[in-house]
Design a protein around this ligand. Structure first.
Ligand SMILES: Cc1cc2nc3c(=O)[nH]c(=O)nc-3n(C[C@H](O)[C@H](O)[C@H](O)COP(=O)(O)OP(=O)(O)OC[C@H]3O[C@@H](n4cnc5c(N)ncnc54)[C@H](O)[C@@H]3O)c2cc1C
Ligand code: SF4
Ligand code: SF4
Ligand code: SF4
Length: 502
């Protein structure tokens, strides 16, 4: 997991420069809007006064650092993020990289894209062929700014929803300091009278401006990680299956997710796990906070309708250590909150991110239609839904199993999933999915040394049977292949005019 170092001391910066930068940072619209709304924020009761000032401090620190990075960038030729990070040495390289991307969103920096083609040898239907592939190179430079330049103002996230790009993760609603955002599985509404235009929601939204290039540059700094353009950075890959009988009864694939969650809770590595259970309406997911192992088994199995699970994170303040289970877009939302810290008290408590693979999810009413139109079944007749071998498969209470080709069900999927390039939860600590492994097994990607140790501790404790994903068929090859297809199919997001840098 990437952790960005906080620069409380700004140790290498002269006092004068620091004071100048802090002065500019304090006049930033986001900082001012937040500060000026202090009374309204405290009135909602979401944050205590101490927490309010912690958030404000974190915002000013981050903005001060960015203004110093901007100063250092002036007059330089276009550079790769890694080059910028090695030239600006006053801050940790991770910070510099994330700052350049943010400065681009603020309108100070532009991205130059260079496309090169090269020939590679590829096996197509058993035959080796030469194919042309494109390579993209991204360099960054400060923009020539007009005298009347005004820093981009971050709109509230209704701009993301109105562009059809919101993935309904719910993160903005959890972080909004005045509770102005309401997100459910299908909708997002902002109470414009309460919104104090702080733009915090925009800066942490996974669908506002992209952090993918920053992520690649940051992950490549860690020489212990391997990099794949298709599945992101990883430490190791496995195929695992739970050995716990109670979990085998409720699992979707290998039961790895529930086994990891159970281990974390029972070893007191976390106080609570945020996962998803059936709501009163069967197959309609409901996010839940689980702090007792026996309640965990209710969460086993995949509900293919989307769940705005991040909406409930702000209810976890009382827990010091949380694990969060969710789909890739939610992992990215959490990472964005890490890269652009707003000092949110509940956010600091998220210690483990368990990400699922996800090709698409469905609106709940479309799951009902899918069952009716494709299988002539009512939703409450289904005991399991699954995607595997290019098919959408259902199990029925009668014991019968039915399937249709996956392409037949794609029309029921959510439109905004077409903006999603991530199959394997690139931003998780541990990613788990079915692609690549045999029935009853899950493919597992550990994305840091610590995450790998955790997984192997669970294996050593005798709770999961595990093999290398490279030793199973179809294995990592298929995960990378489908991951690459998802990246290629992904549509780009166009938000309205006055947002630059996405
Ligand atoms: C919407 C969706 C689409 C998916 N698509 C693919 C795919 O295309 N290819 C693939 O290989 N894998 C996909 N998966 C992942 C796969 O279905 C399994 O979740 C994964 O293999 C883990 O299996 P397991 O037996 O280890 O999990 P289990 O031990 O059964 O645990 C399942 C976990 O998933 C959580 N969960 C269930 N539904 C949701 C939901 N809607 N949102 C968030 N969390 C949820 C539960 O809280 C539980 O913690 C998808 C998952 C979801 C939720
Ligand atoms: S944070 Fe999530 S729910 Fe909010 S606008 Fe962005 S994508 Fe939608
Ligand atoms: S809706 Fe967004 S911009 Fe408005 S107050 Fe909430 S976080 Fe700030
Ligand atoms: S496909 Fe992407 S956007 Fe859609 S639910 Fe899965 S992770 Fe979220």
């Amino acid at each position: 997991m990437v952790s960005i170092e906080k620069n409380n001391m700004f140790g290498n910066i002269s006092l004068k420069e620091l004071m100048d930068a802090t002065y500019v940072a304090s006049s930033n619209f986001q900082v001012r809007a937040f500060y000026e709304a202090k009374d309204e924020i405290l009135k909602t009761g979401k944050y205590s006064e101490q927490e309010f000032f912690d958030i404000l401090d974190a915002m000013i620190d981050a903005e001060t650092e960015r203004k110093i990075v901007l100063e250092r960038l002036q007059g330089k030729n276009p550079l790769f993020l890694s080059e910028i990070a090695s030239e600006i040495t006053e801050f940790p390289p991770e910070n510099v990289i994330r700052d350049v991307i943010y400065l681009m969103a603020q309108g100070y920096v532009e991205e130059h894209v260079e496309v090169k083609t090269k020939m590679i040898t590829k096996k197509i239907k058993g035959e080796e062929k030469q194919v042309e592939v494109k390579e993209y190179f991204y360099r960054y430079q400060t923009k020539e700014l007009p005298n009347d330049f005004m820093e981009n103002y971050f709109e509230p996230v209704s701009i993301v929803f109105d562009a059809g790009a919101c993935c309904q993760c719910g993160w903005c609603s959890a972080i909004c300091p005045v509770n102005a955002i309401m997100v459910d599985a299908d909708n997002l509404e902002i109470d414009v009278d309460s919104c104090m235009k702080c733009g915090l929601c925009f800066s942490v939204c996974p669908r506002s401006f992209s952090i993918d290039h920053a992520n690649e540059a940051i992950k490549k700094l860690d020489k212990e990680l391997k990099w794949s353009d298709k599945i992101g950075a990883y430490f190791n890959t496995y195929s695992g299956s739970t050995k716990k009988e109670e979990i085998i009864k409720v699992r979707q694939d290998g039961g790895v997710v529930t086994t990891i969650a159970e281990y974390l809770l029972s070893k007191k590595l976390v106080d609570a796990v945020i996962a998803v259970q059936h709501s009163k309406e069967l197959w309609k997911p409901e996010p839940v906070i689980i702090d007792d192992v026996k309640d965990l088994y209710k969460t086993g199995g995949t509900k293919y309708a989307n769940s705005p699970s991040l909406t409930i994170i702000d209810q976890c303040k009382k827990y010091e250590k949380i694990a969060f289970v969710g789909v890739p877009c939610m992992m990215k939302a959490l990472e964005k909150g890490t890269l652009y810290p707003s000092g949110l008290p509940f956010f600091k408590n998220i210690k483990y991110r368990i990400g699922l693979f996800c090709m698409e999810s469905f609106p709940y009413d479309q799951i009902i239609n899918l069952a009716k139109e494709q299988f002539d079944k009512n939703i409450d007749e289904l005991t399991k839904m699954n995607i595997g071998g290019g098919k959408f498969i259902i199990n029925l209470k009668s014991g019968e199993q039915m399937d249709v080709p996956l392409k037949e069900v794609q029309k029921y999927a959510r439109d905004n999933c077409h903006f999603c390039e991530d199959l394997t939860s690139d931003y998780a600590d541990i990613s788990v999915g079915s692609i690549g492994s045999q029935d009853g097994w899950s493919s597992v990607i550990t994305r840091s040394k610590d995450a790998d140790k955790l997984y192997n501790d669970i294996v050593k404790a005798g709770l999961i049977e595990s093999k290398s994903l490279k030793d199973v068929k179809p294995g990592q090859f298929l995960v990378e292949k489908i991951g690459g297809i998802k990246r290629k199919k992904c549509k780009s997001i166009n938000l309205k005019e006055n947002q630059d840098g996405h």
